[in-house]
Design a protein around this ligand. Structure first.
Ligand SMILES: Nc1ncnc2c1ncn2[C@@H]1O[C@H](COP(=O)(O)OP(=O)(O)OP(=O)(O)O)[C@@H](O)[C@H]1O
Ligand SMILES: [Mg+2]
Length: 450
């Protein structure tokens, strides 16, 4: 579609020649010979740009400009005036005109100013689109929750998905940061490309650089073959760097360069490879704090934090609990119901481990409810072991030494799981999330045979 320009000019020959000039440039031209007519057309047809004469019979240019702003017109306005020194011209820009040009009009100059104004308007609209919520929050598959806080998150995801803006996802552990990253990728224009994930905390520092940037054969002692790094794998797609606060300072510098240059170098190579990636990072830590402590580069922080999506902790959106509980109960292959008192217990919990904790608690509860009904007895919150109100557990006193304390905790965990599983070792191992073999070994170690 052609860009439409409205020319408001009472002198007919001037109007004619402007219209011809603009049409030659490929614009569609709307014409008005008075302020009133111009205002009507402007508000009804919303042209991208308006060339507005100041001196008009009746409603003058400045008044038209004011009414356009009052009517929330988004057209860019360029004022045409014979007297650029007049207070009129100044007032025009104060009233939201993009620019003003002197009469008699220099065609070349006019076209330059028009192009600049259109570009500016486009940028302004893009920025506004990022700021303003779309009318409705898109629903994000896999993400449950209708609270206002989550709707804000969905809107943000919807807004950034179709841009290439770098996104920093923050939020406590288990709040759904990775789910959000998945959604941004899938909904965006890079959805057909790869989503490459790297957990910066899980890879030893010595290997991280090669993992990210790749290396040539022989780049270092163990580089037996060329390796394509994660940046290259993400070419045309999205790179998700999880636990970004854990990125070592040396690698931070290289990441910054990759973002700035949009290119990378494999270790041991001289050639620069263009890298077309969309970057999403996530952290449960306070990155600003890491910057203050000198653990994280400030310049990189600003590069990563172009758009911030913050996932609210579950305790701040308790109204989402019933939906989430239902979702996780329905995941079970068999029909599972939850008793009122058990539900009340879940609703009253503060969920320090957020959605992940809820998911785990329900998965465990289902296992512990062979009858298909979740009762308070089958609910165990993380970190709190049911010990039947008997002897208090010995405190974690580090004076006893690391391994002694660890062994004590291990032994307590296994005892508690076995007791709650009523001695069923398969079930205890499953609840603990360990191999059954390991459970047998530990039982022997702690003298827990039968
Ligand atoms: N809104 C949600 N709806 C449904 N499931 C969710 C939601 N948020 C999180 N989950 C589930 O909770 C678990 C944790 O989510 P995720 O891994 O995205 O959290 P995280 O913020 O990345 O946590 P961490 O900081 O510990 O890595 C996942 O199994 C995820 O599917
Ligand atoms: Mg995560």
């Amino acid at each position: 579609m052609k860009t439409r320009i409205l020319v408001v000019e009472d002198e007919r020959t001037a109007l004619q020649s402007l219209a011809l000039l603009l049409e030659d440039e490929g614009y569609e031209v709307l014409r008005a010979e008075s302020g009133e007519a111009g205002l009507q057309i402007a508000l009804r047809q919303e042209p991208e740009l308006i060339l507005l004469d100041i001196r008009l019979p009746g409603l003058d240019g400045i008044s038209v400009l004011r009414r356009l702003r009052a009517g929330h017109s988004e057209s860019a306005v360029i004022i045409m005036t014979a007297d650029t020194n007049s207070s009129n011209a100044i007032r025009a820009t104060q009233n939201g005109a993009f620019d003003y040009i002197a009469k008699p009009i220099n065609d070349e100059h006019l076209l330059v100013v028009i192009r600049r104004a259109l570009e500016y308007r486009r940028l302004e609209q893009e920025v506004r689109a990022l700021r303003q919520p779309p009318v409705e929050a898109p629903s994000i598959p896999g993400m449950v929750g209708q609270s206002l806080a989550m709707q804000e998150v969905y809107k943000m995801i919807g807004r950034v998905a179709n841009s290439d803006a770098t996104v920093l996802i923050t939020g406590e552990s288990g709040t759904g940061k990775e789910l959000a990253a998945n959604a941004i990728h899938e909904f965006g224009r890079r959805g057909a490309g790869r989503l490459v994930k790297v957990n910066c905390a899980a890879i030893p520092e010595a290997l991280l650089e090669a993992e990210l940037f790749g290396h040539e054969k022989g780049a270092f002692t163990n580089a037996l073959a060329r390796r394509i790094g994660r940046f290259e794998q993400a070419h045309g797609g999205t790179l998700f760097l999880d636990e970004i606060a854990e990125l070592p300072l040396g690698v931070q510098a290289k990441l910054l360069r990759a973002i700035q240059d949009r290119s990378i170098e494999r270790l041991g190579a001289n050639a620069t490879i263009p890298a077309d990636f969309r970057l999403i990072t996530a952290t449960a830590q306070d990155l600003g704090h890491a910057v203050a402590q000198g653990r994280f580069r400030e310049d990189l922080f600003y590069r990563l934090n172009v758009v911030n999506i913050h996932l609210p902790p579950l305790r701040m959106r308790a109204e989402d609990l019933p939906l989430l509980i239902e979702r996780f109960l329905n995941r079970s292959e068999r029909l599972v119901r939850i008793r009122e008192d058990a539900l009340a217990q879940l609703l009253a919990h503060s969920w320090p481990g957020n959605v992940r904790e809820l998911e785990n608690v329900i998965t465990r509860a289902i296992v512990l409810s062979p009858g298909g009904v979740v009762t308070p007895e089958s609910i165990q919150f993380a970190g709190r072991m049911t010990n039947g109100g008997a002897t208090p557990e010995p405190a974690l006193d580090y004076h006893d030494g690391y391994w002694t304390v660890i062994r004590r905790v291990e032994s307590q965990l296994i005892r508690a799981a076995l007791r709650d599983a009523r001695g069923n070792k398969a079930e205890a191992a499953r609840v603990l999330g360990i191999q059954r073999r390991l459970l047998y070994e530990k039982m022997a170690e702690f003298g827990l045979s039968e």
